[in-house]
Write a protein that binds this ligand. Sequence first.
Ligand code: APR
Length: 260
Amino acid sequence: MRDVAADASGHSIDHARGLLRDAGRVVVLTGAGVSAESGVPTFRGAGGLWKEYRAEELATPEAFARDPRLVWEWYGWRRRLVQQCTPNAAHIALAETAAQRDGFRIVTQNVDGLHVAAARAPSARPLELHGSLFRTRCTRCSERRADDDVVDATSRETLPRCAACGAMARPDIVWFGESLDARVLDEAMQLASGANVCLVVGTSALVHPAAGLADLTRRAGGAVIEINLADTPLTSGATVALRGPASVLVPELLAPDPAE
Ligand code: APR
C-alpha cells in the first residue's frame, strides 16, 4: 500500500508512525537533505556548486591525481563550513531514538559528522557509508587518522601528509568510481535486509549502492518511509512518502505516542 498525502492532513504521518511503532528493526538511511537545515549545502539542486565546480568533478580519484591542491582546497572549505554547523532537530530525534530503542540503526551517506555529533550513546553512532570529512587516509600506506585541522592548500607542499610515512594524505572519503568499504557496505546491507522499516531521509537516491538499500528492505517484505522535500526515484515504491523539511517531519514521526 502506498500513501502519499499532504502532510498537513496528518494521514500519512499517522500511517508512518504506526509502521514504526510495530517495527522490531528499523534502518534509517540519510542523505545531504538531513543536514541542509544545519547549513550544510546539498550536492544537487540549488546551492550545489562550489566556485564553478560540481561535486562530481571534484570528488573523484582522477581529480585528486590531476590537481590535489584544488581538491584539498574544496575539502578544506567544506570542513571549515561544517565545523560551524550543529546538528538540527532531525539529527537529534534520530540519535535519541537510536539511543532508546534496540534495533534502530542510522546509516548515512553524509561525511559531515553531524549524526556523530548528535550521538550521546554508542548505539546512536551512524554507519558512515561514504567516509568522513574529519579523517584522512595516506595515499601510500593507507594509514587513517582523525583530522579536523585547517587545511593549508596554498601549494602542493602544504597539503596534509601522512604522520606515519610522510606521503600525501587524502580525505578519507569514498569518491565517485571508488568502492565502498566492504565491511561497512556489508553491515548496511544486512541492516537493510533485516529491517521491518527503512526510513529514508533527505537523499536524492541517485547514488548507488546507498540508494539500493531501501529496495533490500522492500524485497524482504519491509516498509519504506521516505521524508524529502521532493519526489525521488524511491517515491513510487515507498509505502509512505512524506513531503516537507526533515527537521520538522523527523521529530514529529519519532515523537512518543501521547499515551506513553
Ligand atoms: N528536508 C528534507 N529533504 C531535503 C531537505 C530538507 N530540509 N533539503 C533538501 N532535501 C532533499 C532534496 O530534495 C534531495 O532529494 O535532500 C536531497 C539531497 O540530495 P543530494 O544533494 O543529491 O544528496 P545525497 O542524496 O545525499 O547525495 C548522495 O552523492 O555527491 C554524492 O557522495 C555524495 O553522499 C553523497 C551522494
